[in-house]
Design a binder for this molecule. Structure first.
Ligand code: NAD
Length: 358
């Protein structure tokens, strides 16, 4: 039987609660589709600070590097909010992305039919459904470029630099083209090539890579227009390719359009074999320990793991279908509850997905 080694970073707040449900679903998928998930635990975030004094102990990095994939709950919380930046739980996130060389962030923003009411846009704008994949570059650009502060002629100033190399753009572009190929074959590249030199290099490179994918229909939008189009007519998009900062903004906007933060999964992929999968939401300290967190984003993250890291497409499809079934049956955690549905807790939601999967 195939066996996959998965490092669990349960993290803080609701992290442990939602990861527990995701494991149940992953195990059931393994039983049904003939693979075994072997888990190893490691600390990251506030729990790691409490136990070791740092948010990302070397032992955690080593464990992740020697596994096939990482499943992360969420990190952070009020308790650690006053620590200096490099010692805060969120520093663990940046650290693990760097250590695993995760340069591609895939964020699907999907509206499930039964949750259409959660979408803030008018029904005639979203139509039957919305299903967008944002592919964001994750380890380059302005978040990692040269930065500093200086005083010039007595005036204080600060700068950050948007900087991309051709190989950095090529590799993220390929991820986006491959992703479009597996979906409807449409890719929209987003940049600011009318103003920024870095965007001109970005676009030239994307156009060059496009020659390897003649079957993918490529379009381009400037970031300001893309942000507008995403709320004006989101249905026009399938896969969106964007730099680190533009992708950061657009993927948050797309997730808002999708309605519920508790439903959205993500995958971060890199040069190495180990991808990292996590819900897009945080550790929700306001509801931690109450048994009411929505585990579906984490469960859907395991479906992405099966699809992108293990090529277990049938199992991934089955988990996504099981989530849809549970929603169609009217089961809801409080964050996605509407009148007429049945309100349930975190564990019951995990059990319901397991039952639907079986
Ligand atoms: P958050 O995503 O944790 O919570 C925002 C709101 O959404 C809260 O009201 C919360 O209760 C709700 N919510 C989030 N996930 C939910 C779920 N699964 N089910 C039901 N409701 C859910 O964002 P925040 O409050 O800004 O941040 C809280 C902490 O999480 C901070 O320390 C922040 O730095 C951290 N954070 C971590 C990550 C991560 O680990 N990747 C991402 C974002 C924020």
């Amino acid at each position: 039987m195939k066996s996959y080694k998965i490092t669990l970073l349960r993290g803080d707040g609701i992290g442990p609660e939602i990861v527990a449900e995701a494991i149940k679903v992953l195990d059931k998928a393994g039983e049904r589709f003939g693979f075994a998930a072997k888990y190893t635990e490691a600390l990251m975030g506030g729990c790691a600070i409490d136990a070791t004094g740092v948010p990302l102990p070397q032992e955690t990095v080593d464990r992740c590097l020697s596994s096939d994939a990482v499943l992360l709950g969420a990190v952070g919380g009020w308790k650690w909010d006053t620590l200096p930046g490099n010692l805060r739980p969120e520093a663990g996130l940046l650290g693990i992305r760097g250590a695993l060389k995760l340069f591609a962030n895939l964020r699907p923003a999907k509206i499930y039919g039964p949750l259409k009411a959660a979408c803030p846009l008018r029904p005639d704008i979203i139509g039957d459904s919305m299903d967008i994949m944002v592919v964001r570059e994750l380890t380059g650009g302005i978040y990692f470029g040269k930065r500093g502060r200086e005083t010039v002629d007595g005036v204080e100033a600060a700068y950050d630099t948007e900087y991309y190399t051709v190989p950095e753009v090529e590799r993220i572009a390929r991820v986006a083209f491959e992703s479009a190929r597996k979906r409807s074959g449409r890719l929209c590249n987003v940049d600011k090539a009318n103003v920024l030199e870095s965007s001109r290099l970005w676009r030239e490179t994307v156009l060059r890579v496009a020659k390897e994918y003649p079957d993918v229909e490529l379009t381009h939008l400037y970031i300001d227009n893309a942000a507008m189009q995403l709320v004006r007519n989101p249905k026009q998009f399938d896969v969106i390719l964007a730099s680190n900062i533009f992708g950061d903004i657009l993927s948050d906007e797309a997730s808002q359009v999708a309605g519920s933060i508790g439903m959205l999964a993500s995958a971060s992929l890199g040069e190495g074999k180990c991808g990292l999968y996590e819900p897009i939401h945080g550790s929700a300290p306001d509801i931690a320990g109450k048994g009411i967190a929505n585990p579906l984003a984490t469960i859907l993250s395991t479906a992405m793991m099966l699809r992108y890291s293990f090529d277990e497409i049938a199992a991934a499809d089955a988990i996504e279908a099981a989530v849809e079934r549970v929603l169609e049956d009217g089961l809801r955690t409080p964050d996605i509850y509407t009148e007429g549905c049945k309100k349930i807790g975190t564990v019951e939601m995990g059990d319901a997905v397991v039952a639907a999967l079986a």
